[in-house]
Ligand binder design. Structure first.
Ligand code: NAP
Length: 250
């Protein structure tokens, strides 16, 4: 079988880095797309040390021409992409009355506009190949979370985006699913702990007390779910939202 190429956005750290490493271990050539190409190169080196193939590509997922150039670079340098994981994300948390228009727009630009632009740029290769897998990172925050009106709206929006792409692209052999993580230990949750003034260790301990499996999540937990969705055998699973949160969600 020829090697398939995957693009993981926001893959220089956190969940994205975990997903990139897992997909490389699964046998994909992996484009580590991130704002910071130098940071992406560290993930590429880690993948190469394990015998995998990867390429670091710097691009802002919210920038249309940068996305087009980045996807073309992946197609030429690594292979035409048939797997896409829309993972890049930011938080700009605040209660509604304090949330600025910039906080709102920045979050929409990375999560929604970003997922739209990269999916649109990549789908042509999937349609041409008659095979593709798109996985979008939603969140338990899609169900509502105090201080995250922007993020919650974006993550709920990604669920609608996922279902619509699943309907549009299914006949071309492309499945589209979403993963909605609960609390995962990354710089993003560390930033939340810092914002509310709680040491990260204490923050994760308190979170774990509320989670049925009695621990917080790790990037590998999400990477495992991504690995399933992009696998050959998951071709009849599309338009789904999988909550990966250590327990049931409302
Ligand atoms: P993270 O540690 O903050 O990493 C996010 C990555 O995305 C960073 O490498 C960041 O680059 C990159 N990025 C940000 N804006 C970008 C842009 N415009 N273009 C390209 N790359 C960009 O976050 P994480 O915790 O791994 O989260 C990954 C995804 O999972 C996000 O979509 C997040 O919303 C979602 N999620 C996370 C959790 C959690 O508990 N951690 C829970 C639910 C959902 P820089 O380093 O250069 O800023």
């Amino acid at each position: 079988m020829t090697t398939r190429t995957a693009i993981v956005t926001g893959a220089a750290r956190g969940i994205g880095a975990g997903v990139a490493k897992r997909l490389a271990a699964d046998g994909f050539a992996v484009a580590v797309l991130d704002l910071d190409e130098a940071a992406g190169r560290r993930v590429v080196e880690a993948i190469e040390r394990e015998g995998g193939r990867a390429l670091a590509v710097g691009a802002d997922v919210g920038d249309e021409s940068a996305v087009q150039a980045a996807v073309a670079r992946v197609a030429n340098g690594l292979g035409e992409p048939s797997v896409l994981v829309n993972n890049a994300g930011i938080i700009r948390d605040n209660l509604l009355f304090k949330m600025t228009v910039d906080d709102w727009d920045a979050v929409m630009s990375v999560h929604l506009r970003g997922a739209f632009l990269v999916s649109r740029a990549v789908q042509q290769y999937m349609v041409k190949a008659g095979w593709g897998r798109i996985v979008n990172l939603s969140s338990t925050s899609a169900l509502g979370n105090r201080g995250q009106a922007n993020y919650s709206a974006a993550k709920a929006g990604l669920q609608g985006f996922t279902k619509t792409l699943a309907i549009e692209l299914g006949k071309f052999g492309v499945t589209v699913n979403a993963i909605a993580p609960g609390f995962i230990e990354t710089d993003m949750t560390a930033a939340t702990a810092e914002r509310i003034g709680v040491p990260f260790e204490e923050f994760t301990k308190r979170a774990a007390e509320q989670i049925p499996v009695a621990r917080t999540g790790r990037p590998e937990d999400i990477a495992h779910a991504v690995s399933f969705f992009v696998s050959e055998g998951a071709g009849f699973v599309s338009g789904q939202v999988l909550y990966v949160a250590g327990g049931p969600t409302a």
